[in-house]
Ligand binder design. Structure first.
Ligand SMILES: Cc1cc2nc3c(=O)[nH]c(=O)nc-3n(C[C@H](O)[C@H](O)[C@H](O)COP(=O)(O)OP(=O)(O)OC[C@H]3O[C@@H](n4cnc5c(N)ncnc54)[C@H](O)[C@@H]3O)c2cc1C
Length: 110
């Protein structure tokens, strides 16, 4: 597949990245890859969810379709395992190649 922007990660930093890109580029295809299979959620609330104090839907960021509404496509369950910078490619765990224009590499800090 081809994309103009590839964002690795679908969490707080990814939201900021998509918002930032959309300020200057309203149309370019943005692809967000996450190795997880769930919408982006606020890590600090994990403990409240795990402790049974907060329902699951409350730990997701405001609107689970927020990034789609900004025109980004989200690839869930898609782990990037290799970057081929000279070829402008990222390789997924399933050996699929993603051709990209710009890479935003967001692996969060715990
Ligand atoms: C229990 C807990 C409590 C916290 N409490 C606070 C707090 O009170 N205050 C505070 O400021 N911060 C807190 N933090 C830290 C805060 O949650 C993080 O700083 C923040 O989530 C970082 O956001 P991020 O978008 O950079 O990355 P993350 O939220 O870590 O997300 C990383 C994203 O990258 C994806 N990813 C990673 N590797 C790959 C790969 N190879 N291919 C594809 N996708 C990949 C993941 O699936 C995920 O979507 C807490 C964290 C935890 C775990």
């Amino acid at each position: 597949m081809n994309t103009k922007y590839l964002i690795i990660g679908n969490s707080a930093a990814a939201i900021g990245a998509v918002e930032g890109i959309r300020k200057t580029d309203k149309e370019g295809l943005i692809t967000v890859c996450t190795k997880e299979n769930v919408p982006s959620y606020a890590r600090p609330f994990i403990v409240y969810y795990a402790g049974g104090h907060t329902p699951k839907e409350k730990i997701y960021f405001n609107n689970v379709k927020y990034l789609e509404n900004l025109g980004a496509q989200i690839l869930y369950g898609t782990e990037i395992v290799k970057l081929e910078a000279r070829k402008n490619k990222a390789i997924t765990k399933n050996s699929e190649a993603v051709s990209l224009g710009f890479l935003v590499h967001i692996i969060g800090m715990p």
